[in-house]
Design a protein around this ligand. Structure first.
Ligand code: ZN
Length: 74
């Protein structure tokens, strides 16, 4: 049997190797070296999000997936 396919891009918690900004708000959401962040690897440029943005976006995605699943029916 084929392995179930994932529709999600690769998501992982990583640590910032140097100081930089969150992809969503580069000026206001800053990382220091060693801070934890959510890394989304889709295509060749990984994007990094601060933990507040990560929580917000993951919750919105979970809601969307639940709605899609509900729309599929039993
Ligand atoms: Zn952010």
């Amino acid at each position: 049997m084929a392995r179930p396919k994932s529709f999600l891009p690769r998501l992982e918690i990583t640590c910032a190797g140097k100081a930089h900004g969150c992809q969503h708000n580069k000026e206001k959401h800053r990382f220091a070296k060693g801070d934890r962040r959510l890394t989304v690897s889709e295509g060749r440029n990984p994007e990094h999000f601060c933990l507040d943005c990560a929580r917000q976006f993951l919750q919105a995605d979970i809601k969307r997936l639940q709605d899609l699943l509900a729309a599929l029916g039993e």
